[in-house]
Design a protein around this ligand. Structure first.
Ligand SMILES: [Zn+2]
Length: 234
């Protein structure tokens, strides 16, 4: 009898864990500070509910579905492009929001074309791309829209290193951050965090991962909670 009750009790706990687990995976933070990387994935069905088309010039051939960002990020991007233009740099958008499915196709195509080593450094797996958050935009300028490191040699890139944070963006995958982020240097990939946080991260010189760790002071539980699905107060 006791044994029977114990089994019943355990079954209840397992069901509860399953239900809670499902709820946790379905709930994605709407915070612009959400951390998505090789460790922290988004659910396959996640699409932000406030995507809008960015009102900025795009490179030729960019399809409409790649011109989307979350509203706040899109507005900040337009402001940044305008400021860059005033300083003589005509930025071009290349790739904004990408769905889980699109990212999966991109990863698979990259894998077949360039092999595992290359794809691991350059293409996120589905669910692990910042582009699914609607808070990232790949950009360039005329003659530099092929997403290569050459973009880092341009004055437009230098401008971004000095001013992107003023509009809430950071250059997410830096040369010195390769070990931390697990991704190659991507001078074209901008991540929106909001002005206050972007400025803080920029001043710190840290990767977003290291900055998070510093903010959360190594509290594993809190860190996991914050990384996965919860608003983080900076
Ligand atoms: Zn990117």
């Amino acid at each position: 009898m006791i044994r029977k009750n114990l089994v019943k009790c355990l079954a209840c706990v397992m069901i509860m864990i399953f239900v809670l687990g499902c709820q946790a995976s379905a709930e994605v933070s709407s915070s612009t500070l959400i951390l998505v990387n090789k460790e922290n994935a988004l659910p396959s069905n996640y699409t932000p509910d406030d995507l809008v088309t960015c009102d900025v010039p795009f490179a030729p051939g960019v399809i409409e579905s790649r011109k989307l960002m979350r509203r706040e990020a899109a507005e900040a991007l337009a402001a940044m492009f305008e400021a860059a233009s005033k300083d003589g740099f005509e930025l071009l958008g290349i790739s904004g929001f990408r769905s889980y499915q699109t990212q999966r196709e991109l990863y698979q195509a990259g894998l077949e074309r360039n092999g595992l080593e290359h794809v691991t450094m350059y293409v996120a797996q589905a669910g692990r791309s910042e582009h699914q958050t609607g808070l990232a935009m790949d950009l360039g300028i005329e003659g530099y829209t092929d997403l290569t490191e050459d973009f880092a040699e341009t004055d437009a890139y230098v401008w971004l290193t000095k001013h992107a944070h003023e509009y809430g963006f950071i250059i997410r995958y830096t040369k010195k951050g390769v070990r931390e982020t697990g991704y190659a240097f991507e001078p074209w990939h901008m991540r929106y965090l909001g002005v206050e946080t972007a400025t803080d991260v920029w001043k710190s010189g840290l990767t977003l991962e290291a900055w998070y760790r510093q903010q959360l002071k190594g509290t594993t539980l809190k860190a996991q909670y914050a990384f996965l699905s919860t608003q983080v107060d900076s």
